[in-house]
Each structure stands twice: as structure tokens, then as C-alpha cells.
Write a protein that binds this ligand. Sequence first.
Ligand SMILES: Nc1ncnc2c1ncn2[C@@H]1O[C@H](COP(=O)(O)OP(=O)(O)OP(=O)(O)O)[C@@H](O)[C@H]1O
Length: 366
Amino acid sequence: MTFLHTAVETAPSPLAAERPMVAFEAVTKRFGGADDKSQFTALDGIDLSVARGAITGIIGRSGAGKSTLIRLVNGLEKATSGRVVVDGVEVGALSENGLRDLRRQVGMIFQHFNLLSSRTAFENVALPLEIAGLSAKAIRDKVVPLIDLVGLGDKSDRYPAELSGGQKQRIGIARALATSPKLLLSDEATSALDPETTQSILALLKRINAELGLTVLLITHEMEVVKTIASDVAVIDRGRIVEAGRTFDVFTGAKHETTRSLLSAALGTNLPEWIRSNLKPQPSVGDRVLVRLIFFGSTAFQPLTARLVTELGADVNILAGTIEEIAGEPYGSLVVAYPADPAVTERAARFYAATGLSTEVLGYVA
Ligand SMILES: Nc1ncnc2c1ncn2[C@@H]1O[C@H](COP(=O)(O)OP(=O)(O)OP(=O)(O)O)[C@@H](O)[C@H]1O
């Protein structure tokens, strides 16, 4: 039974709306020879759900297994064990015909756009429809609105060489949408673009997600991308998911060391070098303690810094600070220093407990 037939023949389950768009169930992927020694485990026991209608980001360092994971979704790779299920259909069990149907329902965009240089923008977007055997009129009716949707109505007849990187990616997105997929896979789609163009492409993806209800699964090494666009995130490290959940929760409460180090640059929480090089793990008499205050949720909107100075009854220096937005929610980080003497420390602890401020002692300076 093919993917398409399954969708058509099976009565819609009342649970279908709740069903994840993609489910990885104990997925392992090994590359290499038949014997254990020559095999390389790229993915190791992946359990992950990609929510319907959401934008989910997968972040990890180079070689962590991101591309392998995404290639399992459209059947470009096959799991060694476990199941990859797309909208209720197990990818590994599909026939060649079934895979072809699946790929019509799963669009993909790429880092280097993968446009055909000998075809105009219009002809690139039309390609999947030509392959599907649509008439010239049906193709035009589909392609023209798509090129308008991505904001390039006046560039239809241009060749890729005449388009900027951002424009090429817009055409790549239009092409991915041509077969009206229910899932869009994005493989480092903004990695070759400058920051401003990246933001415009992310805004377009967000709009498409909201307007078309399209589920988006993206892999990226750019934390900024996840922070800006993804409601959910999974962190992958050496073939394993080490953390997953709502982006805001994972970013603000990162538990795993990999997540913390991947996030520190994106959140601006790295300490300036002149502070870091002077930090001591233990205080001496007369030292000052460095504390990072984290503001989010209700604390983001309160004038807590002014109150901290009053409550401590001591000099407070502000050494570093940022205010960010993570998945649409405010998040602030402020590094302050004040005398490390017991009375001040106790008043500070009481203040933090009363206000619900999250804090982290970074160390001590003379
Ligand atoms: N066809 C293959 N044969 C053997 N090893 C492979 C193959 N494809 C990937 N790997 C290995 O699996 C691991 C994961 O690769 P993958 O490309 O999924 O990582 P990634 O997180 O996408 O990295 P990058 O961001 O650098 O693309 C790497 O160590 C890679 O060398």
C-alpha cells in the first residue's frame, strides 16, 4: 500500500489531529561495514516527536547527526533499527511508489538552494509539477501565486545567476511548496545568507507556517535561527537527543553542557574576556561576587535592578547585560557584582527568593 493510498483509503482517525507530524521511535542509524568494528553509529536511539503545525528546530554541532536525521524523514536514508513515522505512515516500510508519494508531501529547502541554473525562476518552481505530469495551465495556475507569495512576482523570468542568495532561497521555498506539502524540511537554509537576509527568509518561513499551517522541521547550527523562529527545539549531540522541549524552556533552563555551550553565544551570556580572566572560584576577604541575574516571564517586566541596589544596601556594579527575545518571549541576562560579605549575601538571597529571580554565581573578583 502506498503512502497516498493509505491517506485516501483509511478513514481519518479522531486522533489524527493530535498525532505528531513526525515521530522518531528508538531510531538508530549505522553507516559502514557489516561487522561491528567498521560501523559508525550516526544516530543512537532517537525518540522525538515533531508537533503538527509547529516549527521545530534541531540544533547540534557539526557531525552530530542532524542531516542524517532529516534524511530519514523523506526516505533518503533508511533507519538501521527503530521507526520513522510521517503523519502515521512508517517511512521504512514504503515501496518506491510510496516513497515518491511521500516526497510530494514533504518539501525540502537547502543551504545552497539547489536550483537548476539552466531554468528560470518560474521553470525551477514548475519542475516538481512537470514531473507530477500536470498540464501547462495547471502548472501556471500553481506557480504564479507561489512566486508572488515569496515576493518575487517580478523575477519569474530571471535565471538563478541573476538572483541574490536571498532571492534564490525564496525560489527554493516556492519550489518546495509547489506540490502542496504538509511538511517542510529545511537543511541549513539560511547558513549561506547574511544576517539581514536570514531574518527576511525566517520571517517568510514563519508566515508560511502561520498562513498555510505547514509543519516545519529545520536543522541548523545557528542558534539565532532557532531562537527567532522555532517554537520547539531538540538538541542533538553525537547521535543522541540530549534535550528537547519548548524553545523558551530549553534556552532558559538548559541542563546539558552541549546545550549551554551552544546557547551561550546566541543569548549573549558569554562573559567579556576581561571579567572571565579575573574570576576566582572562591572569595577572599574584601572580594566582590559576580552574579548573573536572569529575567524572564513576570520578572522581565519589573524594575528589579533598582530594587536590588536598595535591598542590598551595598554598591552594585552592572558588568554586562542583554535583553533578547526567545520564541517571542522576553529574556534578559544581567551580570552584577557586589561585596561578597555574609550580610549582603544573605539579603541578596532573601531578595531573589521573594522576587523569583533566577540567579547563578559566576565567581569572585578582587
Ligand atoms: N553515508 C555515510 N557514510 C558514513 N558515515 C556517514 C555518512 N553520512 C554521515 N556519516 C557520518 O555520520 C555522522 C553524522 O553526520 P551528519 O551529516 O548527519 O551530521 P550533521 O550534524 O548534519 O553535521 P554537519 O552540520 O557538519 O552537516 C558524521 O560523523 C558523518 O561523518
